[in-house]
Ligand binder design. Sequence first.
Ligand SMILES: Nc1ncnc2c1ncn2[C@@H]1O[C@H](COP(=O)(O)OP(=O)(O)OP(=O)(O)O)[C@@H](O)[C@H]1O
Length: 692
Amino acid sequence: MQSVRQLTTASGPRSESISSTNSSQQQFGSTRDFMEQPLSPIDGGYQTTPELDNGVVGGYGAKGQLAPLLSWEKVTYSVRVKNKEQSSMRTLLHGVSGEVYPGEVIGLLGPSGAGKTTLLNILAGRIEGGVLNGRVQFRGKKRVPGVFKRRVAYVEQEDVMFPMLTVEETIMFAAKLRLTDKKYSQLQKVERVANVMQQLRLSHIKGSKIGDALNRGVSGGERKRVSIGVGLVTDPDMIVLDEPTSGLDSNSAEMVVELVRDITRSRGIASVMTVHQPNANMLNCFDRILLLSQGHLVYFGSANEAIEYFEAKGFPCPLRQNPADFFIDLMSLNNRSPHDLELSRRRIEFLSQSFSESKQPAAKLSLSYGGLYEQPFNPNASTVANTGGIHAAASGSGGWGTIADETPPQRANWLFEVKTLAQRDVITTVRHFTFLSAVGLNSVSVLLLLGLLFYKLGSEIESIQNRIGLFFALTLNSTYGVMSHYLYVYYKAKDIMLSERGSGSYRMSTFYIAKVLVYLPIAVFSSWVYFLGIYFMAGLQTGAVKVFTSLSLFTVLIVVTLGVTLLVGSFVDTYDLASVISALAITTWVIFGGHLANAGDLLPAIKWMQYISPAFYVYEGMVRTEFTGLSLHCRANNGLCMAKGDDVIKLYKLDQFTVGQCALIGIGMAIAYNLLAYMSLRWKAKPRYLWI
Ligand SMILES: Nc1ncnc2c1ncn2[C@@H]1O[C@H](COP(=O)(O)OP(=O)(O)OP(=O)(O)O)[C@@H](O)[C@H]1O
């Protein structure tokens, strides 16, 4: 039996055996000394405890016995790849096994393309497509997706957050959305957020905005810590991080890894992270490393043992080389020449073969975490127990392995979710200066442009053309305006929603309703500003009923357009494609809207297009409202004379539906498009993760 403590001690049986080996091992000894810094102030907690049985995976029997939080056995993952003519299956992971214990930090290391992210995603329950085989168990049982995804915090490589929210607001909204009101009072949530910020050393910048490329915000390292805070605030059992150090300078990168290690230990949770090229200090933060090469497991155990292990296989770590670089070099294919490539291929094959044949260090891990950690994070132990928290399980029975309640954690109340999401949308929208100024500028410029162009139309015969032109311009402008403004902000919000949905933060229905509740008033009020302004500047019929009817029809058009915008935004994956499709949709509406071609003269084969164009109904309704009862002055020598507005309606064949029918059909379309948008959002954004 060999304990970790013994391995990291300069003296003792292992050291003696090392000192008695050859000179290259002496060099290795120097490198090892470099790595033998204490793991943490609480490192002394490691004890030489009875070794767990090799068959420990999934074993929760004995009191006080350490059991893995998550274990994975013979995980194999393949995807279909298409070459020029044929498609074939490519195996990205070849029977990888391992486990992670509470309080443990595991680093997934390997060269680029080794399969680290693939394995991480499988462990986090975030892998889509392909064929997945093997077994993954959470606390000794098959994972229940609804439970598991809320017990695991996944920190993506890209930090997807609202740039306009502050650090505190970002973590607070995560707490509000993911901690139910039934179990956590507002005060508890506030305390929890403060606690997380303190642990992640964010308290001093809690009022700073997250920021993005255009708006200066917190630094890269701080942003990463906020992402971790968003995950931690729900008190997960495990935190999974994909390249948390990428793009950070070495100080910030070290700080992130060290904080994850400290939090992992102080909370007794488990952490698994991929790190591209950790330096020696970061390597020291990992209790164990899992080395992958070409999808094969090459090593899984402590970093110190890895150096000895590879040396025993004939690959000593050169003096003063960063061990992590050495491991990655060992596992990389060397493409310099066909000969080198073949050699490196054979080396990797040999290493993976020998590891699978050896008694894997992973299987003889013998850590005891009893009394190792500081107090559990949540002072309310029973609360944690209810959420399946491992802390309470530990404090309750004296053993980490107690299986907690596996019922899915309760969701927040539906209305509370809508309110919270709408609140967040209001804050982000109000602070989105570019968006608001674009909306405002559009209203003012359309008002001035159309108001002056169609100023005081009068009742001469020429005013017919001007009135028709005005309604056309209004329809065109409002639809383009709504589409262009809201499509972009919707995509930005959707990106964040997709990331938050992976951890089951909130319902899709509440996300959609909140969006409509915030976008619609802005779209409607900003359109009313120019519609009413132009209406009176142009001198259209001023009776209260006329104004109200026209305004209502125009509002219906805004609602339909927003519905179509959200439909395109929900259905189409990329913004670029969506903007092309939405422009096409508006062009089609306009062409068949009854302005350009006489509504009655269309070919029967394409006339149906008119009936699916919301612009047609709104336009017909507005024209009918304006021209009904309108008296026009005919000049003496004018050949064409229509003294009554009703004749104009007939001439343009805009008498197919009554105003009421136009309004009702428009409302029906608004409801239909919004329902379709919601349904396609559900369908497209539904996670299709593979579970084993
Ligand atoms: N869905 C997929 N279809 C085809 N190939 C894939 C797919 N996903 C991953 N791969 C390939 O599988 C290999 C492993 O990818 P993965 O992203 O897991 O590697 P990695 O070790 O995380 O690399 P890096 O450090 O560069 O991010 C790569 O060669 C990648 O191109």
